[in-house]
Design a protein around this ligand. Structure first.
Ligand SMILES: [Zn+2]
Ligand SMILES: [Zn+2]
Length: 175
């Protein structure tokens, strides 16, 4: 097995460290019901020394299969983003909190100067997976009565029954 890709921060002096990694994930690791397939993520970018830590900027891309929350069909999904983070050693959290906004979401704290890239990538992927994926904007979903896919064929179920006389009354009121 290849060692997990990581960033050796101590090796960075004047020049930024450039990196380009392929990070594999499994659907089980990511543990998201709506994710049914994933290809290795690609991440490339650079890390440079900054005041009190390191700045990382990278381009991340990955592709997977999601299950539509309406019709339950799986469909291809691909994602690409540019992002940046500031890496701080954990021991200076107290100092960092003094000078930084507490809600600085783009800060990442590390324990060792050899930072594995997988947890950083995983966090980005978790954020990018939609809570309610849709195979398409106007997916019509499944019929709640017979379960047939309404994108494929129209069934004859009457899902909501409204007495026609009552309906006429409602229309009158509105008019
Ligand atoms: Zn759908
Ligand atoms: Zn039906």
């Amino acid at each position: 097995m290849k060692p997990d890709p990581n960033l050796s921060l101590e090796a960075i002096v004047d020049e930024p460290l450039r990196f380009d990694f392929e990070v594999p994930f499994t659907v089980d690791e990511l543990a998201r019901e709506q994710l049914v397939g994933i290809s290795p993520a690609q991440i490339a970018g650079e890390v440079a020394r900054v005041e009190g830590g390191f700045s990382l900027s990278a381009r991340l891309s990955w592709a997977g299969k999601l299950e539509c929350s309406r019709c339950l069909a799986s469909y291809d999904f691909s994602y690409e983003e540019d992002f940046s983070l500031v890496l701080y050693p954990r021991k200076t959290i107290a100092e960092a909190e003094l000078s930084l906004d507490k809600d600085d979401l783009d800060a990442y704290y590390y324990d060792e100067p050899i930072v594995p890239i997988a947890p950083i990538v995983e966090e980005r992927i978790q954020i990018a997976i939609p809570m309610k994926p849709l195979c398409r904007e106007d997916c019509r979903g499944l019929c709640p009565q017979c379960g047939s896919d309404r994108n494929v064929s129209e069934c004859n179920c009457v899902v909501e029954f409204i007495d026609p006389r009552w309906r006429a009354l409602q229309l009158l009121k509105k008019g």
